[in-house]
Design a protein around this ligand. Structure first.
Ligand code: URA
Length: 246
């Protein structure tokens, strides 16, 4: 519904999920609906949801804001905030075409790139970040040198960091030579700079970092700086992964 357009009251009530249009007409005729404090009992009356104060039995009707989840390929040299006091490019610049305000789910470092979800669904965002829900996040990582077996084992089993030992992680080596190694690392917790700190702790500093997957959502062939709105089916799977909607 266009929230700033005058609509018949019965249409507003039915589209806000209060009741059917026919039953909404009855409510109006029964004098149970008020607009800006005045009882309205004529069926043709129009109001603007989001501007007028519309109540049924004294209870305010709220405009239902569509819940949106956006997948973004955060490029390097871009901050994961909506505003940067230092004036650097932010992810807000990349989601300007989305008509509702969406917030970043967690963060990616300024020099890291890859999949970032942005949403106006607060509960979903909270659960995707909370360690309790153990949402797997996969990173494509380039590290300096070729790690020894012992270092790889520590990355998988747990590395001692200043904020405690890390949870078990999945690791796969993709390519290595003497100078650098490409690997994927899947973590189920989301501490600050976790990949960089883990790799540094085993003597292999991170040279490049790209997040490729969050739970069931893959970066796919999204290009740097581009966004795509998740399909309803994808949102359902994502919500289910964090225990929402059954
Ligand atoms: N781990 C890091 O070190 N940095 C990120 O941006 C994400 C995970």
């Amino acid at each position: 519904m266009n929230q700033m357009q005058a609509e018949r009251l019965q249409k507003i009530l039915s589209e806000a999920g209060i009741t059917s249009r026919r039953k909404a007409e009855k409510l109006i005729l029964q004098g149970r609906v008020t607009v800006n404090g005045k009882v309205v009992s004529e069926l043709g009356t129009k109001a603007v949801l989001g501007k007028d104060d519309i109540c049924v039995d004294g209870k305010a009707i709220k405009a239902e804001t569509e819940k949106v989840v956006v997948a973004l390929f955060k490029p390097k040299s871009c901050v994961t905030t909506l505003h940067d006091p230092q004036g650097r490019p932010t992810v807000a610049d990349l989601v300007k075409s989305i008509p509702v305000r969406v917030y970043p789910v967690g963060r990616l470092d300024y020099d890291a790139e890859g999949l970032l979800l942005m949403t106006n669904d607060g509960e979903l965002a909270h659960r995707l970040q909370h360690p309790r829900y153990k949402v797997p996040k996969t990173y494509l990582v380039k590290i300096r040198g070729r790690p020894l077996e012992e270092a790889l084992g520590r990355l998988q089993q747990g590395v001692e960091l200043e904020d405690g030992i890390t949870a078990p992680a999945e690791l796969q080596i993709l390519e290595d030579d003497k100078k650098a190694t490409w690997l994927t690392l899947t973590l189920r917790e989301g501490r600050n700079h976790q990949v960089k700190r883990m790799c540094a702790a085993v003597g292999c500093p991170v040279l490049r970092l790209r997040r490729t997957k969050i739970g069931p959502i893959d970066l796919g062939n999204l290009q740097p700086g581009r966004i795509r709105k998740l399909k309803a089916r994808e949102v359902r799977v994502l919500r289910k992964a964090v225990g929402l909607d059954g």
